[in-house]
Structures are given as structure tokens and as C-alpha cells.
Design a protein around this ligand. Structure first.
Ligand code: ADP
Ligand code: MG
Length: 295
């Protein structure tokens, strides 16, 4: 139905919980009642600390694991069906050891294009042209015939994205895509994502613990630390929201300070100084010894 509003929703995550079972212990909740909606053609960034459940949420979207409660639909289908129908492209977190393979970037993309085809099927001219097209889209044509293992982190990442594009997906999921990439590489990555989004109309989900990787180039941001702390435009990502999401990381560095309200440069309370990372609560009286200066 062309006018069915559900056609506009690429990803619907409704009240999903997931816990990893532990031998001899109670299950470990990794995702707790999370609801996220991603519109078709939208770029969503999922930001959260290490261990916050980001990769688990991607595995749920890929149908590799099933929610303990709640439901997920990808392009109107269960995740397993969407994956089988190649509607979802996935760029996994980069693992150095796996990338030392001796095949060329072009071959890696051709292999992705041929997944599922009969082993007796001959590689066609169309396959080759499409592989070049995918490599060109990500700016990898210049090093397409070099072994993947000899490429830089940023170059390997482009090849991995080209591989995902080789499946002709409608939704592209990327796990920590900027890890191990320098600042200028991160900027080029942002430009690449914008270009893919504009040229192919892809729905894109990027998960990262890096605020910079998420804030630039995403239409909306979801902050995930087991539960969802925020799900809106990047403009609303205030220090208070970030303080709440990264609470445990910050507490490990700065001690258990008040982490949920105003920025230090908005603070007019006399008689105290703000150390780096010091963010107070709204009703804060400023007489909480040990919290000042990032104690
Ligand atoms: P993130 O990607 O945000 O770093 P993960 O989704 O990998 O977080 O992990 C969320 C939580 O689930 C963490 O506490 C992690 O230790 C745990 N976890 C992840 N994978 C497994 C697994 N295969 N078995 C048991 N626990 C896991
Ligand atoms: Mg992860």
C-alpha cells in the first residue's frame, strides 16, 4: 500500500529487552525495554559507553539473536527475513586479525556480491562492473587491486563498506566505524556516509562510543546505556545528557559527582571552581565536598 505510513518506517524496535545467559548465574541484562523508530532514509547514530549494549542491539536488528521481550521489524519484516532478503548491509567492528587476508579489495567485494550464488555460476561482466561501482562509491577504486592486508585502517573500512553495498541493501548498519581511524579519516568517513545517504537513499544506523562519530552527519541520535537515555536530534545532546549516558565512565575518572545538569560556564554560584568534566545537578547547593574539581 503506497500510502501506508508503516512504509516510511525502516526500523521499528518496540520495547525490546535482551539478556545474555550466564552459566551458574542469573541472566545478564544487556538491553532493557528499548524502543527506537528509524524512518526510511534517516541516519541514526546510537551513542553509548563500552558495554552499553550497542553491538547487542545491532545483532538483534540483524536477527542473529532474538529479543527476550518486545519486537523488531526491519522494512516491515522480522529481522531474519530482512537479512535473508539482503535488505540489510552490515559493517562489523574492525578486527585486525581478520583483515590480514591476502585477497585484493576488488576480490573481497566480488565475493560479497557472489554470496549465495551457485559455486558453478561464472562471474559475469555485470558482477565486475558492479564491484567497480561499489568501490568507486566509497573512493576505493585507486587501491582496489592491492591486498586488503596492506591497506590503512581508513582504506580497509571503505572496502568493508563497499562489500556491504555489494549486497544492494536498503538499510546499512555500522558498528564502531571510526575506531582506529585518525581525525581527518573520521571527517572523510562522515562525508562518505553523507554521500551514500544522498546517492542511494540508504537508511543508516551507526553505533559508536565516540561522540564525534555520531554527532556529525546523523539526523537523530539515540543514547544507549542498557536503557535508552535519549532519542532525538543531535542538537539536544547536551553535557547533561552525555553525563547521564557516560555516568559510569565519568564516575570512574572523576568520582561520583553530580552529573546531570548545568555546564560549568553557566554556573554563577560563588566560592567554588569547576574542574574538567564537572557538571552539577539542577538543585545543586555546591556544598558537596569531594565532588569539586573532578575529585
Ligand atoms: P557495546 O557494543 O555497547 O560495547 P555490547 O552489546 O557488546 O556493548 O555488550 C553489552 C553487555 O553484554 C556487556 O556487559 C557485555 O559484557 C555483555 N555481552 C556482550 N556479548 C556477550 C556474550 N556473547 N555473552 C555474554 N555477555 C555478553
Ligand atoms: Mg560493541
Amino acid at each position: 500500500m503506497p500510502n501506508d505510513p508503516s512504509n516510511d518506517i525502516a526500523i521499528e524496535i518496540r520495547d525490546v529487552s535482551f539478556a545474555y545467559s550466564r552459566s551458574g548465574g542469573s541472566p545478564l541484562p544487556a538491553i532493557d525495554r528499548v524502543s527506537i523508530q528509524v524512518r526510511t532514509g534517516e541516519r541514526l547514530g546510537i551513542l553509548g559507553p563500552n558495554g552499553g549494549g550497542k553491538s547487542t542491539l545491532l545483532k538483534l536488528m540483524l536477527g542473529l539473536i532474538r529479543p527476550g521481550a518486545g519486537s523488531i521489524s526491519i522494512c516491515g519484516r522480522p529481522p531474519q527475513d530482512a537479512r535473508r532478503q539482503q535488505l540489510v548491509g552490515y559493517v562489523a567492528q574492525r578486527i585486525e586479525a581478520e583483515l590480514a587476508f591476502p585477497i585484493s579489495a576488488r576480490e573481497a567485494v566480488l565475493m560479497a556480491i557472489e554470496i549465495g550464488a551457485s559455486p558453478w555460476r561464472r562471474r559475469t561482466q555485470d558482477d565486475r562492473a558492479f564491484a567497480s561501482d561499489c568501490l568507486e562509491r566509497v573512493g576505493a577504486l585507486a587501491f582496489a587491486d592491492r591486498p586488503v592486508g596492506t591497506l590503512s585502517g581508513g582504506q580497509i573500512q571503505r572496502v568493508m563498506i563497499a562489500r556491504a553495498l555489494g549486497r544492494r541493501p536498503r538499510v546499512l548498519l555500522m558498528d564502531e566505524p571510526t575506531v582506529g581511524i585518525d581525525l581527518s579519516g573520521q571527517q572523510r568517513f562522515g562525508e562518505l556516509v553523507s554521500r551514500l545517504h544522498a546517492d542511494l537513499g540508504l537508511t543508516i544506523v551507526i553505533v559508536s562510543h565516540d561522540v564525534r562519530a555520531i554527532a556529525a552527519g546523523c539526523d537523530r541520535v539515540a543514547c544507549l546505556s542498557r536503557t535508552l537515555h535519549y532519542h532525538d536530534s543531535p542538537a539536544g545532546l547536551t553535557p547533561a545528557v552525555l553525563g547521564e549516558v557516560f555516568k559510569h565512565d565519568l564516575a570512574a575518572v572523576f568520582g561520583d559527582v553530580h552529573l546531570d545538569a548545568h555546564m560549568a560556564d553557566q554556573c554563577s554560584a560563588p566560592g567554588h571552581t569547576h574542574g574538567p568534566g564537572h557538571v552539577h545537578g539542577p538543585g545543586c547547593s555546591h556544598d558537596h565536598p569531594g565532588a569539586e574539581g573532578g575529585a
